[in-house]
Design a protein around this ligand. Structure first.
Ligand SMILES: *[C@@H]1O[C@H](CO)[C@@H](O)[C@H](O)[C@H]1NC(C)=O
Ligand SMILES: *[C@@H]1O[C@H](CO)[C@@H](O)[C@H](O)[C@H]1NC(C)=O
Ligand SMILES: *[C@@H]1O[C@H](CO)[C@@H](O)[C@H](O)[C@H]1NC(C)=O
Ligand SMILES: *[C@@H]1O[C@H](CO)[C@@H](O)[C@H](O)[C@H]1NC(C)=O
Ligand SMILES: *[C@@H]1O[C@H](CO)[C@@H](O)[C@H](O)[C@H]1NC(C)=O
Length: 373
């Protein structure tokens, strides 16, 4: 009894902490490779709190008055989780010695997206809208001791997607096991994924990255990292997927006793290995789509799958989408292993294409924050 109430209080605290954290937008969670800088009060007109989130406007010191000479400001920026940042300059008026630098990443050792103005500028005036390739960006403003101060700059920043369905690392867990029940079903799955699901995706290293895990039996998978040259274009990914028909020429031969949790076990291990090994990006939201062909064999099988699904969702911060294929599957029960309501689907093999838009929407959707259900 006592234990039970302690547990209740503990859960309540966790709920409260999570709720508070949500409001504070995780300001304490600075990226690991951010350089720590002492706060320098002398830097005139720079914002005291220089962390910027999601959407807003940033202007030069003292704007719209002239900025001070010999000044330097840092603006650390984060898009909404899963998004990238856009920069739209609405005003730009600097001395030729002064410049704005946009770093594509969390710190000033990240690659330079643009340096606008100054002796080493990549451009002297803003050229259209700039987009970061991941969630973080750093913008700095530097004015020279010898410059004649001007009115400076102002830009809008927003959390946006620059690709369809959105900027994600997407791992496809494709099924080639006996649960499919026929080679025809295997080919219908491949055709759905290759000809419908990924057809519209803007695949690219800075856009939507795609990884493939083809599960040929309970102990063997064929894996394509996102950085393989053929995986870096939409046409390449489609071709790889459609070619998978050759890798399993009779799925029913191989593994008639299907291992339900095997799909979850393999996909969990794919995303928990060193990101550098398969081309995962550091600050990009991960999505795993599992194509499930059979119900769990028994409770043991189901609970093992649940454990792997749990690790994917929590430790690996990954959105898990389940697609139950075939008319005799328990879509809702399998869906309990997904990210939540709205992230599980089911259709008979011939109807899989009808799921295309719904799955694409789920890939980009945010989950409702709740403390358990
Ligand atoms: C950029 O800003 C200009 C000026 O405010 C505005 O007209 C334009 O629609 C903006 N572009 C985007 C993509 O937000
Ligand atoms: C411009 O580049 C040169 C050569 O790399 C460097 O010496 C100089 O300090 C740079 N100037 C500025 C303002 O960054
Ligand atoms: C797909 O298969 C064809 C025929 O075997 C082959 O020529 C092609 O290189 C394959 N493409 C990819 C991306 O593996
Ligand atoms: C069966 O599984 C093996 C690996 O265990 C794989 O090499 C082979 O391609 C599979 N064969 C079929 C017909 O699916
Ligand atoms: C891409 O997907 C969107 C949303 O499903 C759809 O409206 C559009 O027709 C698709 N375009 C192509 C070329 O398939």
């Amino acid at each position: 009894m006592r234990r039970f109430s302690v547990f209740l209080i503990f859960s309540l605290l966790v709920c409260l902490t999570l709720a508070t954290r949500e409001k504070k937008l995780g300001r304490k969670n600075q990226p690991k490779d951010r350089k720590m800088r002492p706060h320098v009060e002398g830097f005139l007109g720079c914002p005291y709190n220089n962390d910027f989130y999601y959407n807003g406007v940033i202007a030069s010191p003292l704007y719209p008055k002239n900025y001070p000479k010999d000044d330097k400001c840092w603006y650390y920026m984060q898009a909404k989780p899963g998004y990238v940042l856009s920069f739209n300059f609405t005003h730009f008026d600097l001395d030729t010695l002064d410049f704005v630098t946009i770093y594509d990443g969390p710190s000033d050792i990240s690659p330079i997206l643009a340096q606008i103005g100054g002796p080493n500028g990549t451009t002297q005036t803003p050229k259209g809208i700039y987009y970061s390739s991941e969630r973080h960006a750093l913008v700095t403003f530097t004015s020279n001791l010898k410059s004649t101060p001007k009115s400076g700059f102002s830009f809008e920043y927003k959390s946006v997607f620059t690709s369809y369905p959105c900027n994600r690392d997407i791992l496809l867990g494709i099924n080639a096991m006996g649960g499919l029940k026929s080679q025809g079903n295997y080919l219908r799955q491949i055709s759905f994924i290759g000809n419908y699901l990924v057809k519209n995706w803007t695949v690219g290293l800075d856009q939507t990255r795609v990884f493939i895990n083809l599960q040929t039996d309970a102990d063997y998978a064929l894996v394509y990292p996102a950085t393989d040259p053929e995986m870096t274009t939409t046409a390449g990914v489609q071709e790889v997927i459609l070619n998978l028909s050759e890798y399993a020429d009779n799925v029913v031969d191989n593994d008639t006793v299907t291992d339900f949790n095997g799909m979850f076990r393999y996909l969990e291990s794919d995303i928990s290995i060193d990101p550098a090994d398969n081309g995962e990006r550091a600050y990009t939201q991960k999505v795993v789509i599992l194509f499930i062909a059979s119900n769990p064999n028994d409770d043991q099988d189901y609970y093992e799958a649940l454990e792997y699904a749990h690790i994917m969702r929590t430790t690996e911060d990954t959105k898990v989408i389940t697609v139950a294929m075939g008319s005799d599957l328990d879509v809702a029960k399998i869906g309990k292993l997904s990210y939540g309501e709205g992230f599980y689907f089911g259709a008979d093999y011939s109807n899989l294409p009808s799921l295309t838009d719904k799955i694409n929407a789920a890939i980009c959707a945010d989950i409702d924050t709740k403390c358990g259900v």
